[in-house]
Structure formats: structure tokens, C-alpha cells
Design a protein around this ligand. Structure first.
Ligand code: FES
Ligand SMILES: [Fe+2]
Length: 359
């Protein structure tokens, strides 16, 4: 058995593959929708989109968080825009009015229609799960719960970030990349390129030699030892709790990753696929009640100027290369011992990518 080959270029360049993904993997997986702090009180809502579908989340009168397709069940107008608070949801087209739980309540003159039973009309619901304060949506009504997709991650994240339930987003950095979403996700999921391309990352906080990435269900778990904690650009108390001196990250297939820096500092990567050759990466930074805002802001700036900037050039060059007639998929460097100079994580990821379009 020879080496495993990387995926054919068409996986990253063919609009038809992307179309298949929209109906398949992108609408049958758990994807980041927003944060629970956006829905503090009854009637709070926000819109978002997944797999090209316009959706929204709302806190109902029963104090539940629900998600719906953002489409009126009369003749299809969009129901809500942006974010806000509402006692009931009123469609701007003909003023059909829905309860916050999606049930149709009333509409002008609908009582005149013989046999019209409002209780039979309801917005189309989607699955929503709260995961350590983060809201995830899945367009597959039969989707298994996140704990089955990502075993132990909820518990591990809560241990690495003891304050996770009180966190709120305080900083978002938007990074457009001219490449297929899978190029960016693959780049995130190996550290074979780190030593050469990320001097700050590889020679700074983490001891790159100990970096490893292993599957845990449909999560790719990154672990490494830290070093030079005294040289950190922000103060940390390594004795504050069990994981205060640790770095770890959890990539949740296909488009989200939680990273924890020493000092229990949580930050996220959230990829949004735009089309077959464009993706936007959102870097999110969180704190309790806006504390440490200055420190997190300078971390976000430093991260944007170093690791993120370095990666943009890599992934955009790869996308150009995948469009070249001269590219033949090369062998992956899968070291049976795994470790930082191995692409075993890419092998796993590309297997998920193949399965997601049934190839
Ligand atoms: S389309 Fe919404 S009320 Fe007519
Ligand atoms: Fe990188």
C-alpha cells in the first residue's frame, strides 16, 4: 500500500462539488449560529445563514431558544431582519403574525376563509443546541446531538475555560480569504507548515515539537506543551486553576474551532463558506463582562498581524495552485508516530470531505 494521496483539485475548484456540499455536509452538520448572550430576554432574536439558507434564532415566551427558517408560511416573504426584540413576529408583507414559538396567531381577514385553521400553520423549525454558551444549528431534522458528534468536548472546554458560561463576545475580526473553505480548514488542521511559516506561534508560547492533532469523533483535537509562559504578552497566573498554563484547541467539523490560550483565554475560528472559491474566517474573542478588553484587543491585533496574515498568503497560493493544470495531487506525509511533522489529521479530514460528497 503506497502513500495516501491528497484530494483531487476539483474538490476545491468545481462549483458543482460546492453545490453538492450545500445540500450535503453544510446542511447536515452542526454549525455556529451565534452566542446565547445575543438572546438575553424573551423576544430577542438574531438572523444568520447556513448553507445559503436565511435563518433566525429567538428566545420564546416559554424561555426556550428556538431556530427557524426566516420565511413566512403565507407567500414566502422574509420574516425578520438583522437582530432585535419583538413580542410577536409580524411579516412585513401582509402582516401575518406569529407567536415567538413559531405558531401562526392571526392574519388580516384570514377568519373569512372557510375551514382555515391557524393552528395548522407554523414556521419551519431547525435544530438548535446550546454548547457552553455557543448556539449551534443543524438543518438536518434527524441530526444526532452534538455530544455524539464531538465526544467529551463540552466537558473538556468547560474545564479549560472555567468561566465559559459567563463569557460574552467582545471582539470580532473578519478575514476574507480567496480560497475554497476546505483549503482554509485543512491549513488550520495541520502544523506541518508551522515551523517555516509561523515564527511567532512556533517559537513563542507553544513548544511546536510537542504539537499533535488527533480525531475525537468529528472533532480534531489539537494539543501541545507550552513553554516560555513568563514571556507571554499578557499576565497569567498558572496556578489559578488546573488548565491555566495550557494550550488546546477543538476543531468541530466542518466550520468551527474553539482555541484556549494559556490563562484560560477562549477564542474561536468560524469559517463561512461564501462560494466554491471564497471563505470568510471570523476570529472571535470573549471575556466576562467585557473585562480584559484591552489585553484581548491587543492579542486579536497581534494574532491578525502574524498567524492569520501568514495563513492568508498560504491558502490563497494553494487555491491558485489547485487551479493550475500542472497540479497532480501529492502524497500526504502520514507519519505512523503522528506528531507535528505529520499530516495524519489531513488524512482524516479529507476522508470526511470525500464522504460528505459520497466519493
Ligand atoms: S408573505 Fe407573509 S404575510 Fe404574506
Ligand atoms: Fe497556519
Amino acid at each position: 500500500m503506497g502513500p495516501v494521496l491528497s484530494l483531487d483539485a476539483r474538490f476545491y475548484t468545481d462549483p458543482l462539488i460546492y453545490k453538492k456540499e450545500l445540500r450535503g455536509v453544510l446542511s447536515q452538520t452542526w454549525q455556529f449560529a451565534g452566542h446565547v448572550s445575543q438572546l438575553d430576554t424573551t423576544g430577542d432574536y438574531f438572523t444568520f445563514s447556513i448553507a445559503g439558507e436565511n435563518l433566525f434564532c429567538v428566545r420564546t415566551s416559554e424561555n426556550q431558544i428556538k431556530g427557524f427558517y426566516n420565511v413566512c408560511q403565507h407567500r414566502g416573504h422574509e420574516l425578520v431582519k438583522g437582530s432585535g426584540n419583538a413580542a410577536v413576529l409580524v411579516c412585513p408583507y401582509h402582516a401575518w403574525t406569529y407567536e415567538l414559538n413559531g405558531q401562526l396567531r392571526s392574519g388580516p381577514n384570514i377568519k373569512s376563509v372557510p375551514g382555515f385553521d391557524v393552528s395548522t400553520v407554523c414556521l419551519t423549525e431547525i435544530k438548535i443546541e446550546e454548547f457552553c454558551g455557543f448556539l449551534f444549528a443543524n438543518l438536518d431534522p434527524l441530526a444526532k446531538p452534538m455530544d455524539e458528534w464531538f465526544p467529551s468536548v463540552r466537558r473538556e472546554l468547560s474545564s479549560f475555560v472555567p468561566q465559559i458560561a459567563q463569557l460574552k463576545p467582545i471582539e470580532w475580526v473578519e478575514v476574507p480569504e480567496k480560497c475554497n473553505w476546505k483549503v482554509s480548514v485543512e491549513n488550520y488542521s495541520e502544523c506541518y507548515h508551522c515551523q517555516l511559516n509561523h515564527p511567532t506561534f512556533a517559537n513563542g508560547i507553544v513548544n511546536a515539537k510537542t504539537y499533535d492533532i488527533q480525531p475525537q469523533g468529528y472533532c480534531l483535537r489539537h494539543t501541545t506543551e507550552c513553554q516560555n509562559l513568563d514571556k507571554m504578552s499578557y499576565p497569567i497566573d498558572v496556578n489559578a486553576n488546573e488548565y491555566a498554563g495550557h494550550y488546546s484547541s477543538w476543531f468541530l467539523w466542518p466550520l468551527m474551532s474553539f482555541q484556549v490560550y494559556p490563562g484560560n483565554v477562549l477564542n474561536t475560528y468560524h469559517w463561512r463558506a461564501i462560494d466554491h472559491e471564497n471563505v470568510v474566517v471570523w476570529r472571535g474573542w470573549y471575556s466576562v463582562d467585557g473585562s480584559d478588553a484591552d489585553m484581548l484587543h491587543s492579542l486579536a491585533v497581534q494574532d491578525r498581524q502574524t498567524t492569520v496574515e501568514e495563513d492568508i498568503h498560504l491558502v490563497e497560493s494553494v487555491q491558485r495552485g489547485l487551479n493550475s493544470r500542472g497540479y497532480v495531487p501529492g502524497p500526504l506525509v502520514v507519519d505512523p508516530q503522528c506528531g507535528v511533522k505529520s499530516e495524519h489529521s489531513i488524512q482524516v479530514l479529507q476522508q470526511w470531505m470525500r464522504e460528505s460528497v459520497n466519493e
